[in-house]
Design a protein around this ligand. Structure first.
Ligand code: 5GP
Ligand code: MN
Length: 326
C-alpha cells in the first residue's frame, strides 16, 4: 500500500495543521497509510494537534518527502491556492505523477496544477470544507468520523475564524454544533489556540502596540514592523506575531491593518481589512501575495530601514488606484 501525502502551506496556521491532521486521522481510521507534510515546521503552539509527531517538514525531511511525493498515487493538498505557497516543495509536488486533489477556500485556485479541485471561498476554512466532504462521503453519518479527526478540524475552523469573529457562515455554526454534540470541547480548543502564550510574547505585543505601531488615519491604515531588534529583545518564536494584526483594526478610522515581520530572507506581510476594503487586492498589488478578501498575506524583499517608507508609499499608491477604479 502506498502512502498518501497530505500537504499544506508554509508558515502553517491553525487551519493548515488542523486540516492535515483531520484528514490524517480519518484516513488512518479507514486503515490507510497517510503522511501529513508541511514545507516548514508548525509553530510550537499548534504542536498539541500532532501528539505523535507524525507531521514531516520539508526543511528537515527533504529526502523522505521527495520519495513519498514521487511514489504516491494520491496526494491531498489543503488550504492553499497556489504552488508558491508550498515554497521549496513546489517543484517536487509539480513533478509527482500522483492524482492530486485540492481542498481549499482561497480565491483564485491554480486549478491547472491539480486533477480534482474542491474550492469554496464562501466557507470559514479548509478544515470546514474537509469536514463537509468527509461527512458527505460518510452519507451524513458523523459516527463514522473519529473524534481525533473532528477535534482537529474544529480546531482548524476556530483558528481561521479567529474564534468565530470572522468568516463565519451558517455552515460554520452547523459544524460547531455537530462538533459539540460529538464531545469536542470548544472551550478547551479556544484555550489551547488563543490563550496560551509565553510571558515574552505577551510583553512583545504590549511593546508593539505602545512603541512600534504607526497609525496613519490619512492613509486609512495602521502598521507594525516587527524587526530583528524586537525579535531579539522578546526571544521571538515562530507565530508570536499572530493575532496582533487584528488589534490594529480595532481603531475605527483604520481600514487596513498591516504587520510586517523581518525574517532572514524576506519581510513577511500580514494584512487585514474591514468589510468593504480589500486586503486581498492590497496584497496582490503591493506585497506579492493574496489570500482572502479581508485577510491576506505576502512578502517583500527590501532593507529593513526602508520598510516604513515602502509601506506608506504603497498604501498611498494603492488608495489612488482604488479611487481611480471607482
Ligand atoms: P496571515 O496574515 O494569517 O499570515 O495570512 C492570512 C491569509 O493570507 C491566509 O489565509 C494565508 O493563506 C494567505 N496568505 C498569507 N501569505 C500569503 C502569500 O504570500 N500569498 C498568498 N497568495 N496568500 C497568502
Ligand atoms: Mn485557511
Amino acid at each position: 500500500m502506498k502512502f498518501i501525502p497530505i500537504v499544506s502551506h508554509m508558515n502553517p496556521d491553525g487551519d493548515a495543521v488542523g486540516a492535515v491532521m483531520g484528514i490524517y486521522y480519518f484516513l488512518r481510521h479507514k486503515g490507510l497509510d497517510a503522511v501529513p507534510m508541511l514545507p516548514d515546521p508548525a509553530p510550537e503552539r499548534f504542536r498539541w494537534m500532532d501528539e505523535d509527531s507524525v507531521i514531516l517538514n520539508f526543511r528537515e525531511n527533504e529526502e523522505r518527502i521527495t520519495t513519498l511525493l514521487s511514489e504516491a498515487e494520491l496526494i491531498i493538498a489543503l488550504d492553499f491556492n497556489n504552488l508558491s505557497r508550498i515554497d521549496a516543495m513546489a517543484s517536487v509536488f509539480r513533478a509527482a505523477k500522483a492524482r492530486k486533489v485540492l481542498i481549499d477556500h482561497h480565491l483564485y485556485p491554480q486549478t491547472e496544477c491539480f486533477d480534482q479541485v474542491f474550492s469554496t471561498p464562501d466557507i470559514s476554512s479548509a478544515s470546514e470544507l474537509a469536514f463537509q466532504i468527509l461527512l458527505d462521503y460518510c452519507g451524513n453519518d458523523i459516527s463514522q468520523i473519529p473524534f481525533e479527526c473532528l477535534n482537529a478540524l474544529t480546531a482548524g475552523m476556530l483558528s481561521d475564524t479567529n474564534s468565530f469573529n470572522n468568516s463565519v457562515f451558517p455552515s460554520t455554526m452547523r459544524m460547531a454544533a455537530m462538533a459539540i454534540e460529538n464531545k469536542v470541547d470548544l472551550e478547551e480548543l479556544n484555550r489551547r489556540l488563543f490563550h496560551i502564550h509565553r510571558e515574552e510574547r505577551v510583553r512583545m505585543i504590549g511593546h508593539c502596540l505602545l512603541n512600534a505601531m504607526v497609525v496613519r488615519k490619512d492613509l486609512e491604515m495602521a502598521y507594525v514592523f516587527i524587526d530583528k531588534e524586537i525579535k531579539r529583545k522578546f526571544c521571538y518564536q515562530k507565530g508570536d506575531g499572530d493575532g496582533l494584526v487584528n488589534q490594529l483594526l480595532d481603531i475605527p478610522e483604520v481600514h487596513y491593518a498591516i504587520v510586517l515581520t523581518e525574517d532572514p530572507d524576506r519581510i513577511r506581510v500580514s494584512v487585514r481589512s474591514k468589510t468593504g476594503y480589500s486586503a486581498q487586492k492590497l496584497c496582490a498589488s503591493k506585497f506579492n501575495g493574496g489570500g482572502h478578501e479581508k485577510a491576506s498575506g505576502g512578502h517583500i524583499r527590501i532593507a529593513a530601514a526602508e520598510v516604513p517608507a515602502y509601506v506608506e508609499r504603497s498604501m498611498a499608491e494603492y488608495l489612488k488606484e482604488m479611487n481611480a477604479d471607482e
